[in-house]
Design a binder for this molecule. Sequence first.
Ligand SMILES: [Zn+2]
Length: 551
Amino acid sequence: MASMGEQPTRVDPGRQRSAREYARIQRRLSFLESGLGLLYLLLWVVGGLSLRIRESLSMQLSASRLLPGRTLAEWPAVGLVVLLEAAAIAAPWWLATLPLDFYGGFRLPHRFQISTQTLPGWITDQVKGLGLSLLFGVPLLLVLNLFLRTFPEAWWLWAGLGYILLTLGLTLLAPILLLPIFYRVRPLGEESKDLSDRLLHLANSAGKRVRGVYVFDLSRQTKAANAALTGLAGTRRILLSDTLLATFTPDEIETVLAHELGHQVHNDIPLQILSQSVVILGSFYVGHLALGWSVQAFGYQAIWDPAALPALAISLVVIGLLLLPLLNSLSRWREGMADSYALEATGKPTAFASAMSRLANQNLAELDPAPWVVALFHGHPPLGARLEKARRYAGRAGGPQTLPPQALVGLRLFNERRFFDAHEELELAWRAEPAPARNLYHGILQLGLAWYQVSRLNYRGAVNMLDRAEFWLAALPAACQGLEVEPIRAQVRKLRSEVENLGPSRMGQVNPNLFSPIPIPKEAHPQGEAGATPPNGPDDLSRAGNGGKGD
Ligand SMILES: [Zn+2]
């Protein structure tokens, strides 16, 4: 795992060139596939192929009289006609587009070096996907045909409601039932106890009970990273891809997960199910109208005639394409909210921006795609907008606000070397502050406690406190609430190397001059006590660092 103090990741210009080309090719493939798909279905409808095949199927299965299917005994023959007609339509398409799928899903990602999947792995996944489609598709087709026959006027409502129930069930069960078909899932073990504790703590503080942190082996397919908070209530789990775990810093993983947590806090999953339900009911209603029209136009027996399936498919595809920009913008709105939540909950804009950049470099995401591309293809705000949000947030977090009174008291106590009293005040200030500036109080508090441990000759305690101080101060901007953060970070680093150089047996020899009071900004002296703590400005210390601010 990458170390905590490393430089934030930036968007790689070379990878951006690849990202633009990759996206352009994928877009063309997607246009090609949609266009060909519509043409193919039109061929079945307008060319009359659909009706002719159904007639010959009915004849051979002597099901022509049985098509209305009014008795139970007639259903097997009717069901067989439905399935064979669907297979006659779907199988040639599946075979004909296999090369396209192979190119877009295997060759292209390999050419751009984001795929790690082997050819047997890709074939296995295709077979599994086909198996799942059959497993769900066959019963769905039969039930749909049953609804069409039984409720010729209101089938769209019943089928829609059934579909919604199915979606709901799958959302609940997908992480348990579907994920293990494609990936190996294991609990995040002891080796990452610290990270898993942090993530569970983050979830708990958002009031979301989680069953645990799990890792899935996305690395057998791709170098891209991913994380999710799946399931609802009792089945909710944190899922991290092994690629995320291997390449992201704990801070970055925290911001990625906080984004997912944002979706939970904003109830995006119920909202998504609700909007999907509206879309499904609306689409099925349009499909109902299209079916009625196609019966008139192409001479099908009734709307339940399997020959009408391509007509239904066309109407569903077209309405899906028309709704795409609307659904994408709904999704981008909620994703933007989740980003804001991630920034607020972690207070780590630098780690957030770094994680987004790392994701973009790995997944080949475009920085600033054209607006029409965003409208048609992007369910997330484009990378550039997400980085800009993090920058604005960092600016706000370190803006012109002044220290709240309690933090000011804590700071004075710190400067008077009354570290234990300082810790109590700063802890209260930390609890009271929702903004990321709270990490500043936390960092100073831990630095004070480190000095306290030094005075008690407690080596381990001092190192622990300095670790934490470094952690809390790391993501802050260079200036925060009127305080210069870098000199504080420098003091932490200097004290840490002193303590470590001396070792447990020589704690008494720690140089007390490494302590420097934190200059209290002028605006923070409402009672005119200016000069109570002379700023000592140890310039050598402030030059020691790497200039904390990220982008
Ligand atoms: Zn999201």
